[in-house]
Design a binder for this molecule. Structure first.
Ligand SMILES: NC(=O)c1ccc[n+]([C@@H]2O[C@H](COP(=O)([O-])OP(=O)(O)OC[C@H]3O[C@@H](n4cnc5c(N)ncnc54)[C@H](OP(=O)(O)O)[C@@H]3O)[C@@H](O)[C@H]2O)c1
Length: 339
């Protein structure tokens, strides 16, 4: 198969190109080539999707399948469909679990969950607050043009080698340092994510098999307690969790999910009870394969080590901050005991 990856210079789209080449396919990546390099074996065609005819350098080539990872711009998605949609047998559009309207109800399935309203045609395509709605509009554009041969792949948090968001990697980086660590909320809460290599493999399989579906790309939910314990085993340290209730963390100004001063992946409950508990039975039946957590943990740690464990992070708390929070929490527990 000749696969066209619209992207291919970073993270997921790069992993898709690498996986397709490893399986013996011919791979063309179309990007500006400013964010990184394409993987070994792939050919880069320089395009600029911001220009109305920016995909012209691809003219005259025949592709069997296209993978588009466009993040925000419905305009770019539409242009790609117009330029390339008619001639290809399969089209994957990488969407997101952020398209869902209800983040509170646990156990929802892609097949039946309600969606946000699509962004309006004149919406600001750079407004991050519209991310989910722009993706809904892009999904609709894909369905309208190539719905009979489209895979709409909705990843949750994508993690692993190549991740520059500093989110998931906070945990293996912190755990490998060992000792007592701050674990947010309850060990009974759920967490869910996808290893970039599993997502990439599924996308290539979907193109090979002509999968026509709209499905979530995340692992089955795992309890925070089990997840952290498995990661501690995988990184081989003596790290010990101290579970600190969400009320204390919120009171202390710790940010959920991501950003400086956050505890990555932690989400307050019950209002986010649906975000990390998606039912992926349909995805697993349609070819999604999830590797053992230990593999994701060790690969994420190796990537963190490559980035530098002591770097300033875009996401997560510092060790000093963690120590202060644990001391303040201990003090409160101690006072409550002697009252
Ligand atoms: N990260 C997550 O946790 C997460 C979760 C859910 C869904 N997603 C979705 O997963 C996808 C991630 O894709 P990704 O990992 O490949 O990262 P990405 O940053 O979305 O990749 C963008 C690709 O497009 C190219 N590009 C950017 N501007 C361009 C332009 N003007 N013209 C041509 N090419 C351009 C980039 O290469 P150049 O800059 O070199 O041109 C790069 O190869 C996105 O759709 C995202 O919404 C991500």
């Amino acid at each position: 198969m000749h696969l066209l990856v619209l992207g291919g210079t970073v993270f997921l789209s790069r992993a898709v190109a690498a996986e397709a080449f490893a399986r013996g396919h011919r791979v063309t990546c179309a990007a500006r080539g400013v964010s990184g390099s394409v993987p070994e074996g792939a050919t880069l065609v320089r395009v600029d999707r911001d220009a109305p005819n920016g995909l012209d350098p691809l003219a005259g080539q025949d592709f069997d399948a296209v993978v588009d990872v466009e993040s925000m711009s419905v305009t770019r998605v539409r242009r790609a469909l117009t330029a390339l949609g008619a001639g290809v047998a399969h089209w994957t559009f990488v969407s997101t679990c952020s398209v869902y309207a209800d983040n509170e109800t646990p156990g929802q399935r892609a097949e039946s969950a309600s969606l946000l309203d699509p962004a309006a045609d004149d919406a600001d395509e750079t407004d991050r607050a519209l991310y989910g709605q722009l993706k809904v509009a892009s999904e609709n554009a894909v369905r309208a043009a190539v719905g009979d041969r489209a895979f709409l792949c909705r990843p949750g948090l994508i993690v692993g080698p190549g991740d520059r968001s500093d989110r998931f990697g906070y945990w293996p980086a912190r755990l490998c340092a060992g000792g007592r660590f701050l674990a947010p909320g309850s060990p009974e809460n759920w967490v869910q994510f996808i290893d970039v290599r599993d997502c990439a493999a599924w996308i290539v399989t979907a193109a090979e098999q002509g999968l026509v579906a709209t499905l979530d790309a995340v692992c089955p939910p795992v309890r925070w307690g089990e997840w952290l314990a498995a990661m501690v085993r995988a990184v081989g340290s003596d790290a010990e969790p101290s579970w600190v209730p969400q009320e204390f963390l919120l009171e202390q100004g710790v940010t959920p999910w991501m950003g400086p001063g956050s505890l990555p992946l932690w989400l307050p409950m019950p209002e986010h009870g649906g975000f990390m508990t998606r039912d992926v039975a349909g995805s697993l039946a349609a070819g999604l394969h999830i590797r053992p957590l230990a593999d994701t943990a060790t690969a994420s740690l190796a990537w963190e080590q490559q980035l530098g464990l002591d770097r300033e992070r875009r996401t997560g708390i510092t060790r000093d901050n963690e120590g202060e929070l644990l001391s303040r929490y201990d003090e409160g527990v101690f006072r409550a005991r002697i009252v």
